[in-house]
Design a binder for this molecule. Structure first.
Ligand SMILES: Cc1cc2nc3c(=O)[nH]c(=O)nc-3n(C[C@H](O)[C@H](O)[C@H](O)COP(=O)(O)OP(=O)(O)OC[C@H]3O[C@@H](n4cnc5c(N)ncnc54)[C@H](O)[C@@H]3O)c2cc1C
Length: 365
């Protein structure tokens, strides 16, 4: 087990970093951008990431997990951008896992020229969970909080059938598919997230796959989303720690830089410790998923909880160090502080992740 960046990760990471530096203005403007501008920024960054060698069609089996560390420069640059690119990859990976990604569409994903989304979550207490019925198949129901919803070309949609679960590939242009307006959120607001209405959507037989074999499409997507969110949290911590350090080194009180005051120094030390621990745990979980190891699901949830809560701690520590300046809207620290809260419940919430860890612990350890 060696978590040092390998040659490929270092090379691809350097290209991703350089491509993003050239697009820093567009990435910073995402919070205020409209859906059209978001889509063109996303397509541009996807093409750059794909050109650097990241496989946005997910590769074979669990190969996608290894690429997450390679994308850390993207997570460090912008949490929203990393999650938007990841939603495209997650869509392709999930479709491919059930034979729903034909070669021409896979090639488009590999070029980064198509925006994907996964519609799995449903409103609580929903009267009408997304369901498939009849032959030919008809899809109906509502989905909630779909990342890339208003700007996607293709959706991977989980649905119920009388026999169990199914996965569908649905084009955004299909009659009956309506993505709602972009939801205004407190954090992660460089993302285009919306609800989705499916009313009487005809789905061809080659666009549906039986989802009953383990892992189910929902479980597979949850694992991918939780590992992705862990890396998003690590990137956020690395970014906000740099911002706090720069502030602490340059801001003087009592005749010296505040970094030289022990109370502030201890805070920075704690933030660095949590950030390193989170990165190690996320990398170990990704390594285990890539190997299809038996502990993978439990480790991913351990990383999910530690990284999400670590991001909240580190972002809050950075805000405390930057104090008044950090509290002014529009700086990287306050943005990270808002984003960190969203990372604790987008995907498996930290509460439900803890329950899953406890189950895994009873079974295996
Ligand atoms: C920014 C963002 C992007 C998202 N993108 C996508 C996407 O692309 N695709 C998609 O399918 N979904 C997406 N989601 C949805 C996301 O997966 C859900 O928000 C998440 O699963 C939590 O669901 P919920 O908000 O309905 O909360 P709920 O499930 O209603 O939970 C509410 C509270 O109850 C607790 N709780 C729930 N169940 C239990 C339990 N069994 N035991 C103990 N406590 C429990 C939770 O921990 C939480 O504190 C996104 C969400 C956000 C915020």
């Amino acid at each position: 087990m060696d978590f040092e960046p390998g040659k490929r990760e270092a090379e691809v990471g350097a290209i991703v970093e350089a491509e993003l530096a050239a697009r820093a203005d567009a990435a910073n403007a995402m919070e205020a951008a409209d859906a059209g501008a978001l889509r063109s920024t996303l397509l541009d960054v996807q093409a750059a990431v794909a050109g650097a060698g990241v496989d946005l069609a997910g590769g074979e089996g669990t190969a996608w997990a290894a690429d997450l560390a390679t994308c850390l420069p993207l997570a460090r640059a912008s949490t929203s951008l990393f999650l938007a690119v990841s939603a495209t990859r997650q869509c392709a990976t999930l479709l491919a896992s059930r034979g729903l990604l034909p070669a021409p569409l896979a090639a488009e994903f590999r070029r980064g020229s198509v925006v994907g989304a996964v519609a799995s979550s449903e409103p609580a207490g929903t009267e009408a969970p997304a369901s498939l019925s009849g032959t030919p198949w008809t899809l109906a129901g509502r989905k909630s909080f779909v990342t890339n919803g208003p700007i996607a070309d293709v959706f991977a949609v989980t649905a119920r059938t009388p026999e169990g679960e199914a996965l569908c590939r649905v084009a955004a242009s299909r009659p009956g598919v309506t993505a709602g307006a972009r939801i205004a959120t407190v954090g992660l607001n460089g993302l285009a997230v919306s609800d989705m209405d499916l009313s009487g959507v005809d789905v061809d037989v080659d666009q549906v796959a039986d989802g009953r074999a383990e892992p189910s499409p929902r479980a597979r997507y949850a694992l991918d989303a939780d590992l992705t969110l862990s890396f998003a949290a690590v990137g956020l911590m690395q970014r906000v720690l740099q911002a706090a350090k720069a502030h602490a080194a340059g801001h003087k009180r009592g005749g010296r830089a505040i970094a030289k005051h022990q109370e502030v120094g201890f805070k920075l030390a704690e933030m660095l410790t949590v950030t390193h621990a989170a990165e190690l745990l996320a990398r170990r979980a990704a390594w285990m998923v890539a190997l299809s190891g038996p502990e993978a699901a439990t480790l991913v949830r351990c990383a999910r909880v530690f990284c999400a809560e670590g991001a909240e701690r580190v972002a809050s520590g950075a805000m405390q160090v930057a104090a008044g300046e950090g509290f002014v809207a529009g700086n990287p620290i306050e943005r990270a502080w808002r984003d960190a809260k969203g990372l604790a419940f987008a995907g498996t919430t930290v509460e439900v992740a803890r329950l899953s860890i406890a189950d895994g612990l009873l079974e295996r350890y």
